[in-house]
Design a binder for this molecule. Structure first.
Ligand SMILES: Cc1cc2nc3c(=O)[nH]c(=O)nc-3n(C[C@H](O)[C@H](O)[C@H](O)COP(=O)(O)OP(=O)(O)OC[C@H]3O[C@@H](n4cnc5c(N)ncnc54)[C@H](O)[C@@H]3O)c2cc1C
Length: 378
């Protein structure tokens, strides 16, 4: 006889794992969580390599948030270790803080010119402000416009075209709006109030969220297509790609993919910061050094060299939804299709919502989906 579940949950990343935990612990629901990968934790998965270094298999994941409720929830499953991420960019043969800030200015320009530009920026916007590069380009002050063009060319343009394979104008304006110039000497990449990493890594945290939990079965290496009629269930959470679920019937939602080249060196430190960006030179966009992120030290160190690439469904990993208006419209049509044809299925998460979520946003979204389910129990 088929085993019956209240909920089939597709995906064991933040979205699926948290919903399984909430549905089982708070509502006593029986859940089956499946993931086509052979591990839990989705893209936040970390594991040790042959050298014993804890590394992030799907790219560097830095936890930061301003949402106390997210920290409170995750703290049930992990303790934390403070980590403030710093990024430098290789520009004109020098390393400058990214986002571009007053120190970057002082490194790249002769002192008198740097002082003049600082005066213009502080006069126009004030200290400790983040000004989107687009806004600076529209300034009425010639010196600010010139500086904005310089930063656009040296820091933003090359990185963006490598990252997305598109010209900046082809992307949603929100992408350029997100790239700030920081009128400050604060060289932290994030300014969120909470910047800490799970003390034993993400996978350990996921193990506590998901594994050995009463009412929750987990089946790894199991794609939604494989599950077929093997089990029965009343409702489904689908945190996979919504276009794949509907067999791409309205067309493919485009994604950008990545390739990571992991390299291990017999030295404590390979580079001067957790992340070095290469906005102009090289085919790769950035190199991230894992020991900075994990806080572990050893005789050797592992870096991830990150190459953006086109996404080919079935052969590469769909990493980033491509932020363009036409893609959002296509996603909206899939949502409408789901409302009509898949009433007992909740699509959510990075792939289900076709939206780039930081981890804290993915957690908040999962907790809010749970609130909606709890408010309307079936
Ligand atoms: C390169 C990169 C770096 C990032 N860095 C950061 C960072 O520094 N800080 C931050 O806050 N956020 C970061 N993020 C975002 C973070 O990864 C997401 O917020 C988080 O992974 C979202 O969780 P999710 O559960 O929605 O999706 P995922 O983690 O992608 O989980 C979805 C799971 O569903 C499974 N799945 C999909 N389809 C099927 C199917 N048909 N059948 C079975 N299983 C299926 C997948 O295998 C996957 O495991 C980064 C993302 C990327 C791509």
């Amino acid at each position: 006889m088929k085993k019956h579940y209240d909920w089939l949950i597709v995906g064991a990343g933040f979205t699926g794992a948290i919903l399984a935990e909430r549905l089982s612990s708070q509502m006593g629901k029986r859940c089956l969580v499946i993931d086509s990968r052979d591990h839990i934790a989705g893209n936040a998965f970390d594991t040790r390599n042959e050298a014993g270094i804890l590394f992030h298999q799907y790219g560097p994941h830095i936890f930061h948030t301003n949402a106390p409720s997210v920290v409170e929830y995750l703290s049930n499953f992990t303790t934390w270790r403070p980590y403030e991420h710093r990024v430098v960019g290789f520009v004109d043969n020098r390393l400058i803080p990214i986002p571009f800030n007053l120190t970057s200015l002082e490194i790249l320009f002769p002192k008198m010119e740097a002082d003049r530009l600082k005066g213009l920026l502080i006069g126009a916007y004030g200290m400790e402000q983040k000004v989107p590069i687009l806004k600076m380009r529209q300034s009425s002050i010639q010196g600010i416009r010139d500086l904005a063009s310089f930063i656009y060319d040296k820091v933003f343009y090359g990185y963006t075209t490598k990252q997305w394979g598109l010209e900046p104008e082809e992307l949603s304006p929100s992408v350029t709006a997100r790239v700030p110039v920081h009128i400050s000497y604060d060289d932290r990449y994030f300014q969120d109030r909470f910047q800490e990493m799970p003390a034993e890594g993400y996978t350990k945290m996921f193990e506590r969220i998901l594994l050995n939990r009463e009412g929750v079965d987990v089946s790894l290496g199991t794609s939604f297509l494989d599950i077929g009629g093997q089990v029965s269930y009343d409702n489904m959470i689908f945190s996979g790609a919504i276009d794949e679920f509907f067999s791409y019937s309205l067309g493919e939602l485009p994604y950008r993919s990545l390739r990571f080249d992991f390299q291990t060196y017999q030295q404590h430190r390979h580079q001067p910061a957790g992340q070095v960006n290469y906005p102009v030179s090289e085919d790769f966009t950035r190199i991230s050094e894992m020991n900075y992120l994990t806080g572990e030290f050893s005789n050797c160190t592992t870096v991830a060299v990150e190459y953006p690439q086109s996404h080919v469904p079935g052969s590469t990993v769909p990493y980033y939804p491509i932020p363009r208006d036409q893609n959002q419209e296509l996603h909206n049509r899939y949502v409408a299709l789901a409302a009509k044809e898949a009433k007992n299925i909740t699509f959510c998460g990075r792939l289900g919502d076709y939206k780039y979520y930081n981890m804290d946003q993915a957690v908040a979204r999962a907790l809010s989906v749970f609130q909606q389910i709890a408010a309307n129990p079936t």
